[in-house]
Design a protein around this ligand. Structure first.
Ligand code: FES
Ligand SMILES: [Fe+2]
Length: 390
């Protein structure tokens, strides 16, 4: 079966699908798609946690003050957001826009308690409330306490800061859990780069086994150029799915570093998170990848490698350039593919190797539907064995 058509509609496996073109107003949409705004399906999930940087990048307290306030300006799903940490170590995330004349608050001063806008000196607490308008005269009866900057929920997990850019009513949203690390890390190596491609296209690369042999063909990752038949077990998880396998002796040399035949579990979780967990006895390695939508066709890809063996800290200077090479391979191919999709926005998802990509769209559709109906997320996937060559 082959062909280009619209968003995944059917629940049967190996359906050719595409995430575009989207129906024009003249297109009669089928009943099950009526309830969904096609534009929403094209956007990253609005109500979800996104990785915005390493925890260590947002220094609070005295260290933060020494570094000029420790404020970070981030771009998340089209929003400009300023992230910081107060004197007590608590994180905050505010819209990076002074309500007075639109100045970026991240350009101002932060004393550990309040941000001062560099334009006219208005001061805002980390709760977003205006604390002072220094230019007001005592004859001015204006009440500035009603002025506020939009505040966003912010959390810390797995050594990263996460922001939820959702602006709608909190409701009873069933938001995917934050990725966490389930062992004590002895070290970590992080590489992040910006991909000039849509959030969906970038996220698909996290669940796409078909590209690995062609894009990631470095000797240290893939010593053999031959394609081999793979059989993998997939099972649904709360907001995604897992793939489990035992790495064989012919697997990547990086797995062999751990010795034996390590057990590998790869979880995909909405909105754009891939969690690879490798265990060989007490030795643990985790390879986490996070996609963060910055703006239209601009996505931040963050890769974090953690381990629990202190001896591996010696390999850090070697690991970082290899990780960067790996991520750059994705970046380059995604940017070229995005140009093709800009010219004609259709995809053909074909064969069992493309089923995880179809599942991504089904999970996203269900998340949108659940939010619309103010109910819990019901994973539409079933346990399944997939075969492909890679
Ligand atoms: S623009 Fe911020 S105080 Fe005027
Ligand atoms: Fe990749």
């Amino acid at each position: 079966m082959e062909g280009a058509c619209r968003l995944p509609r059917s629940r049967s496996p190996v359906q050719p699908v595409s995430h575009a073109p989207l129906p024009t107003p003249r297109d009669p949409a089928p009943a099950d798609e009526d309830v969904l705004d096609p534009e929403a399906m094209r956007q990253p999930l609005a109500n979800a946690w996104y990785c915005v940087g390493r925890s260590a990048a947002f220094a609070g307290g005295k260290a933060g003050a020494r570094k000029g306030g420790g404020l970070g300006a981030i771009e998340l799903n089209g929003e400009q957001i300023v992230v910081g940490r107060d004197a007590a170590g608590a994180l905050f995330a505010l819209r990076d826009r002074c309500p007075h004349r639109g100045m970026a608050l991240s350009k101002g001063r932060f004393d550990g308690e309040a941000l001062t806008c560099p334009f006219h000196g208005w001061r805002f607490g980390t709760d977003g409330r205006c604390r002072d308008v220094p230019t007001l005269s005592s004859a001015d009866a204006a009440d500035f306490s009603r002025i506020a900057v939009q505040r966003f929920p912010v959390r810390e997990s797995a050594g990263f800061v996460w922001v939820n850019p959702f602006l709608g009513p909190p409701g009873r949203a069933d938001v995917p859990a934050l990725p966490a690390l389930d062992f004590e890390a002895a070290g970590a190596c992080v590489v992040a780069l910006v991909v000039e491609a849509s959030f969906d296209l970038t996220t698909l690369s996290l669940v796409d086994p078909g590209h690995v042999a062609f894009v990631h063909d470095s000797w240290w990752f893939r010593p053999s150029k031959e394609l081999r038949e793979k059989v993998k077990r997939f099972a649904p998880t709360p907001h995604g799915f897992t793939m489990t396998s035992h790495a064989t002796t012919t697997s990547a040399p990086v797995y062999r570093l751990l010795g034996g035949a390590p057990a590998v579990e790869i979880e995909f979780r909405l909105p754009g998170v891939r969690l690879e967990r490798i265990a060989a006895g007490a030795k643990r390695v985790a390879n986490y990848t996070f996609a963060t939508p910055m703006s239209h066709n601009r996505t931040l890809l963050t890769n974090a490698l953690y381990w629990n063996m202190p001896a591996l800290n010696l390999l850090k200077p070697v690991a970082r350039p290899l990780m960067r090479q790996f991520l750059t391979q994705d970046q380059q191919v995604l940017q070229h593919a995005q140009k093709g999709l800009d010219r004609k926005p259709t995809m053909v998802l074909f064969g069992q190797g493309d089923l995880p990509s179809q599942w991504y769209f089904r999970l996203k559709r269900e998340a949108l539907q659940a939010a619309r109906e103010a109910r819990a997320f019901r994973n539409p996937l079933q346990p399944q064995e997939l075969r492909w060559r890679s």
